[in-house]
Design a protein around this ligand. Structure first.
Ligand code: NAD
Length: 244
């Protein structure tokens, strides 16, 4: 059985991706930052009910030592790592002139360094297997920029550079590396926005609606599956035609 690892998968987009990949037949390694993330949460039961193996690995993906330990453990428990979805992410929004160094560093560590940490430890496993799929969660903010998201856009733009460079390094080893750039998807992350901010974004979306987590998970399923065997180094925007 093939194994998929999804970071930040207790809720939101990550949880939807985990459920979709379980439906596709992957065994699932879930990750999130604390046990608390899985309290009052039936994600593990939902995945197991689909007839696949599912285990939780608590780790802060911005911490290289925790990631090294966790990836080792997943490999021991599952035998292979076939799909890696770097999904964990946070926002600490604010205008550049008022942004604290602390919030800049935190967002870069959680959103960007985590991708380095995960890929550095998972890529050698996939290289030995001579196969693998890596899917990195960028954002339209990383492609187009966004006022009030200087730190977040920087981290998400970096993920695009990392995706393209890794696709060039790893392509000859049978590993495809792609990025997804979601627009506005309904999750606890976007719930934090004010009604005024939500309305302003809606006016910019051609489809005049926000995205659903399942609409991201469907594209991840394609990138993790056999139909995307010749797709690598790409950034797929899933935004309902959001023009920023
Ligand atoms: P969310 O806040 O609902 O979920 C993110 C998950 O990541 C949470 O469960 C959180 O606990 C976990 N997490 C945070 N820091 C972590 C860490 N250091 N280590 C491990 N886990 C950690 O967010 P979401 O909306 O589901 O977003 C998922 C990804 O998609 C993020 O990378 C986000 O930037 C990206 N994205 C979301 C949207 C959107 O509209 N929701 C748009 C573009 C990109």
């Amino acid at each position: 059985m093939a194994t998929a690892v999804i970071t930040g998968s207790a809720r939101g987009i990550g949880a939807a991706i985990a459920q979709r990949l379980a439906k596709d037949g992957f065994d699932i390694a879930l990750n999130d930052i604390s046990e608390k993330s899985f309290e009052n949460n039936d994600i593990v039961e939902k995945i197991k009910a689909l007839g696949v193996k599912c285990q939780v690995y608590i780790a802060d993906v911005s911490d290289s030592a925790q990631v090294e330990e966790t990836v080792k453990k997943i490999k021991e428990d599952f035998g292979t790592i076939d799909v890696l979805v770097n999904n964990a992410g946070i926002t600490r929004d604010g205008l550049l002139a008022r942004m604290s160094e602390e919030n800049y560093d935190l967002v870069i560590a959680v959103n960007q360094k985590s991708v380095f940490n995960m890929m550095k430890n998972v890529a050698p496993i996939m290289m030995k297997q001579r196969s693998g799929r890596i899917i990195n969660m960028s954002s339209v903010a990383g492609v187009h920029g966004n006022a009030g998201q200087f730190n977040y856009s920087a981290s998400k733009a970096a993920i695009i550079g990392m995706t393209k460079s890794a696709s060039k390094e790893l392509g000859s080893r049978g590993i495809n590396v792609n990025a997804i750039a979601p627009g506005f998807i309904k999750t606890p992350m976007t719930d934090q926005l004010t009604d005024q901010q939500k309305k302003a974004i809606l006016d910019l979306i051609s489809m005049r609606r926000y995205g659903e987590v399942e609409e991201i998970a469907g594209v991840v399923s394609f990138l993790a599956g056999p139909d995307s065997s010749y797709v690598t180094g790409q950034v797929i925007e899933i935004s309902g035609g959001l023009s920023m």
